[in-house]
Design a protein around this ligand. Structure first.
Ligand code: NAP
Length: 254
């Protein structure tokens, strides 16, 4: 069966598009005909590696979402190619544990600067380039509705992301721009090693946990999450606006 071409000639931005869920989103957009996909991240090497795999339709741009000057530079790079945007995936984020009682201001600011301020100013900065009737997908997390231990900052940051989607769906209605939040559950990406600092033994324990705590019985692949992101941004979801789509194998439903 041939791949559907829902994104033929579309131009998208995927922040945090160099690895994990963002990379899978970029890959599926290109597989479905996207003309250009701007992928961002902080590491040039990781971005270049991703762009090599994705091919010529992927444009790597080093851009830290926590820095407004970097976001302006991203906007400039898009304008220089004469592009306007049909989809924006504000996906870049970090996940780090914090121990309540010992949390430093620096830890707090780091997560909020990237996950909250970063999403806010990504969307605000790129909004002038968004076409009418385009779509924005924010990457939230199931933790925004949970109370998991040692995750208070990360969880609060994702609750803020979910809140943005509600307000922006309202604020952008005149331009017919839809805004939705995609909230993944456990997903096997580099965030588990780089952010949560899980070692091999802890990763194996997480797999065991998923086999009982998640009705589907396993940790999601980034591709399974990306498929839902592409649905939300597509015309198939033309009447879906302001929602949080939880993609967690049923983990938070039972
Ligand atoms: N994996 C999960 O279980 C899970 C569950 C729920 C939600 N999520 C969310 O899904 C999103 C993607 O995470 P992932 O799991 O795919 O992790 P990942 O593989 O670590 O990907 C994170 C991406 O974001 C980029 N990034 C991080 N900080 C950035 C910054 N300040 N500016 C620009 N780019 C930045 C990373 O590149 P650089 O490091 O080079 O900047 C990378 O491209 C995040 O928002 C995360 O919170 C993940």
């Amino acid at each position: 069966m041939s791949t559907p071409q829902r994104y033929l000639n579309q131009v998208a931005v995927v922040t945090g598009g160099s690895t994990g869920i963002g990379f899978a989103i970029a890959q599926q957009l290109i597989n479905e005909g996207a003309k250009r996909v701007y992928i961002t991240g902080r590491s040039l090497d990781t971005l270049n590696l991703a762009a090599q795999t994705l091919g010529a339709s992927a444009i790597p741009v080093v851009s830290d979402v926590a820095k407004l000057t970097d976001l302006e530079a991203l906007k400039h790079a898009i304008e220089q190619r004469g592009d306007t945007l049909t989809q924006l995936f504000a996906n870049a984020g970090i996940a780090e544990y914090n121990s309540f009682g010992n949390t430093t201001e620096r830890e707090f600011d780091k997560t909020f600067d990237i996950n909250v301020k970063g999403v806010f100013f990504t969307v605000q900065t790129l909004l002038p380039l968004m076409q009418a009737s385009s779509a924005i997908v924010l990457t939230g997390s199931i933790v925004g509705n949970k109370g998991m231990e040692n995750l208070s900052i990360y969880s609060a940051s994702k609750a803020a992301v979910r809140s943005f989607a509600r307000t922006w769906a309202n604020e952008l209605k005149a331009r017919k721009i839809r805004v939705n939040t995609l909230s993944p559950g456990l997903t096997r990406t580099p965030i588990m090693e780089n952010g949560l600092k899980l070692n091999a033994e802890q990763l194996a324990q997480l797999q065991d946990y998923a086999s009982t705590a998640v009705p589907t019985g396993y940790i999601a692949t980034p591709q399974e999450i990306a498929a839902a992101a592409l649905f939300l941004a597509s015309n198939e979801a033309s009447y879906i606006n302001g929602i949080e789509l939880t993609v967690d194998g049923g983990m938070t439903q039972i």
